[in-house]
Design a protein around this ligand. Structure first.
Ligand code: PAF
Length: 288
């Protein structure tokens, strides 16, 4: 059943802190951080938050620090009122939609975070400043909201690993909860960037989820890391209109490649350009 309680939309840190100050003792808070352009994948995060907590805060902020020059910061869809409508159907309490000036009143931060070696491979190799920018905003918004839980999608598997590492290494008092990838009926992982795809590109983009399906099937049949990678690469090599960045099988927490001979759960990760749009996807596979 849809609740339709319009969330309170606030734009400044002062309003946020004032509203959060009304939390009653013992009430649990969950934070869902987004950059807006909300789709069902985001709404799954909110549904999980609602299951866990009494107060649900959704942040909507297109974080400039996680985009490199030449990336899609300016083009990134900004759809606040449609996003708020969607959140109203889920009974969200607060939407924190700040401006960059509110988030970074002193301009670019002096004290920054590094995701270390985990943040310099795969997504970090192609987007060297990306994870530092993600950690900066995630750390900041967690500090402002002080939630019991922060919910992130498995879709951004390396982001999830980097955030879990930050919480562990800095002893942040928050539990990171992950939610499975939400897919369209034909398998394409939901992403705000899918709206950049032309109809032809949207068709080509199906190669990503098909490669993951083949990889998962190979894992079920053989348990072999080599076979999983062969199966996924075979699909990506055949794909028309798709330029592969990486396909690999890694440990979900360290992102160190997983090889044959170990019974473990690994994550099959891939990234590719379809036209000018860069897409990522992943699936968990059981090996051994
Ligand atoms: O996953 C995202 O949408 C962003 O990286 C996040 C976590 C909201 C930080 O800006």
């Amino acid at each position: 059943m849809n609740e339709t309680k319009k969330p309170l939309v606030i734009h400044t840190r002062y309003e946020l802190l004032a509203e959060l100050g009304h939390r009653r003792a013992g009430q649990r808070t969950a934070l869902v951080m987004t950059m807006g352009a909300l789709h069902e994948g985001h709404l799954d995060l909110v549904r999980r938050a609602k299951q866990l907590a009494d107060v649900v805060v959704v942040s909507i902020f297109v974080n400039p620090l996680q985009f490199a020059p030449g990336e899609d910061f300016a083009a990134y869809p900004r759809t606040l009122s449609a996003d708020v409508e969607k959140l109203a159907t889920l009974g969200v309490d607060l939407v924190f939609a700040p401006s960059p000036e509110t988030v970074f009143p002193q301009g670019d931060p002096q004290v920054t975070l590094s995701a270390g070696p985990l943040g310099s491979v795969y997504e970090g190799a192609t987007r060297p400043t990306h994870f530092a920018g993600v950690l900066q905003i995630v750390n900041k918004v967690i500090n402002l909201v002080q939630p019991d839980y922060a919910i992130f999608g498995q879709k951004d598997a390396q982001q999830l690993a980097v955030i879990k590492a930050m919480v562990r290494d800095l002893d942040m008092p928050v539990e990171i909860v992950s939610v499975p990838v939400r897919r369209e009926a034909d398998g394409l992982a939901m992403s705000s960037r899918n709206q950049y795809l032309s109809p032809e590109e949207r068709q080509s983009a199906l190669a990503l989820s098909q490669a993951l399906d083949q990889g998962r099937a190979a894992a079920a049949q053989t348990g072999s890391a080599t076979k999983v990678l062969e199966a996924a690469n075979a699909v990506m090599d055949q794909a028309q209109g798709v330029k592969v960045d990486y396909v690999d099988l890694v440990d979900p927490l360290t992102f160190v490649p997983v090889t044959d001979g170990k019974a473990t759960t690994a994550v099959l990760i891939l990234a590719a350009w379809v036209g000018t749009t860069r897409l990522i996807d992943n699936t968990l596979v059981v090996l051994g």
